[in-house]
Design a protein around this ligand. Structure first.
Ligand code: NAD
Length: 487
């Protein structure tokens, strides 16, 4: 079995104990992973703290930090095929998707490399004579980054990139479900030449996450995962009063009007819910379709769902691979069964495939007569589409907003004025119009409500890793008068 190591203070370390990582396409263990101990967490945070205050890192110019990030980006691009294979092996995400995504991850690091020396302070036109006041933007401190198992090289790039560009240092905890790609990433990072301790990578479960996020030297927690875990993290941050950014789940509406280009809408919906086997926070998991075209759209979706190539994730021909874990597979099956009992009508799919590995077929549930079914409110994080129909635009908006999540949304219409009205009315961090699932390092990404707060990507993300220092400088040579002498 392949063995991986944690990365602490610039050195690679075995664990005192080990656990196994499972290949989702077979259900067999394939790698040994070191479980980080509480002492490992403490050492990693202290190494990051030391690096944060060291002249090797703190005295580097922003331009020099940017150059290191460019070097890291080049190394990621060079190593992208190996990283993609590893992510596919450990998470079951198909090789077509991991190859494209990891090649793009290098561009995320390039974007933040370029931003490093564009994080500017400001000068204030202060309301007092003989006084200069300006603002310095300084790095916030040691960052705890916590990622889930899906798309972790990407989800860590949107934390590590802006944090290092701003001058912070990072301790990243990979998910215990599929940590191999992040531990391999640490090996690549090591070659880029950053001072030791600037990035530390370890793994383990909730106890490791809890020790990390409540550590007294942590200034900011950047978290991606589920809302329930986020609640633990917010409670933990009451210990150190760290700021938090939370990228959580979704139940995103995908709205199709009768005037839409149906071929495009159906293709976007298929990739919006079945890509990554639905294990995507922005999955368009609620199809909100105008009643007049519902049957036509459902018919096309069913045909697509039943003809996708389900297979081994490492084969280029595969279009839908396994879910990452047995737990995910069980949860999808349970939620489908429960929703059927609540009146949802199963159009296709519905139960795990009878083969080794954690395969679950593309599934469609018609909830038009079961508006209270759990499948409309609970995140599957699997390839399951729940469908509701509407008659009017106002009804479409009401259904779209009938959720405690607020991450993404899609609108398909050829009507320009309606498109603008929908953009204004939908409560979500992202609205895609006549497209879906497009991302870029330049565009902010994030949600509100149960989908969290804070934004990743774009300039604001780098600013969020800084704090403002106000500087007052008196320019008069006149002595400051004695305050206790009455005049
Ligand atoms: P999860 O919340 O179970 O775990 C996420 C991470 O948190 C893991 O590394 C885990 O070990 C850690 N963790 C668990 N308990 C902790 C604790 N008490 N303190 C600190 N850390 C702890 O999520 P998951 O099942 O791995 O991932 C799926 C979830 O992630 C879904 O809800 C999905 O929508 C969400 N997600 C969101 C985005 C986004 O950008 N908005 C992207 C991908 C995934």
């Amino acid at each position: 079995m392949q063995r991986f190591q944690n990365y602490i203070g610039g050195t690679f370390r075995d664990g005192d104990t080990w656990f196994e990582s499972v290949d989702p396409s077979t259900g067999e263990a394939w790698a040994q992973i070191p479980a980080a101990s509480q002492a490992d967490v403490d050492q990693a945070v202290m190494a990051a703290d030391k690096a944060f205050n060291s002249p090797e890192w703190a005295s580097l110019t922003a331009t020099a930090r940017g150059k290191l990030l460019y070097r890291l980006a080049d190394l990621i691009a060079e190593n992208a095929p190996g990283l993609a294979e590893l992510e596919t092996r450990d998470t079951g995400k198909i090789i077509r998707e991991t190859s494209a995504q990891i090649a793009y991850v290098a561009d995320y690091y390039r974007y933040y490399a370029g931003l490093a020396d564009k994080i500017e302070g400001a000068h204030l036109p202060i309301d007092k004579p003989d006084m200069e006041v300006w603002l310095r933007r300084e790095p916030v401190g040691v960052v705890a980054a916590i990622v889930p198992w899906n798309s972790q090289l990407f989800l860590s790039a949107v934390k590590i990139g802006p944090a290092l560009a701003a001058g912070c240092t990072v301790v990243l905890k990979a998910s215990e479900e599929a940590p191999a790609p992040m531990l391999e990433f640490a090996r690549i990072f090591h070659k880029a030449g950053f001072p030791e301790g600037v990035l530390n990578v370890l793994t383990g479960g909730p106890d490791v996450g809890a020790a990390l996020t409540r550590h007294e030297r942590i200034a900011h927690v950047a978290f991606t995962g589920g809302p329930e875990t986020a609640r633990h993290i917010v409670r933990n941050s009451a210990e150190n009063l760290a700021s938090t950014s939370l990228e959580l789940g979704g139940k995103s509406p995908f709205i199709v009007f009768e005037d839409a280009d149906l071929d495009s809408a159906v293709n976007a919906q298929v990739s919006g819910i079945f890509a990554a086997s639905g294990q995507s926070c922005v999955a368009g998991s609620r199809l909100v379709v105008q009643a007049s075209i519902k049957d036509a759209v459902l018919d096309r979706l069913r045909q697509k769902a039943e003809s996708v190539v389900i297979g081994a994730p490492d084969e280029m021909a595969t279009e839908v691979g396994p879910l990452c874990t047995q737990r995910q597979q069980n949860w999808a099956a349970e939620l489908v069964t429960r929703s059927q009992a609540q009146g949802a009508q199963l159009i296709t799919g519905g139960q795990p495939l009878d083969r080794a590995g954690f395969y679950f077929p593309p599934t469609i549930l018609d909830c038009s007569r079961a508006r209270d079914a759990d499948c409309l409110t609970h995140e599957f994080f699997g390839p399951v589409l729940s469908v509701v129909s509407f008659e009017t635009e106002d009804e479409a908006i009401a259904i779209a907003n009938d959720t405690r999540f607020g991450l993404a949304s899609g609108v398909f219409t050829q009507n320009l004025t309606r498109a603008h009205r929908m953009v204004r009315s939908i409560r979500a961090g992202i609205v895609w119009v006549n497209t879906y699932r497009a991302v870029s390092p330049i565009a902010p990404f994030g949600g509100h409500g149960l989908s969290g707060h804070g934004r990743e990507g774009g300039l604001q993300a780098a600013l969020d890793y800084t704090k403002i220092k106000s500087v007052w400088l008196r320019t008069s040579d006149d002595p400051i008068p004695d305050p206790f002498v009455m005049r």
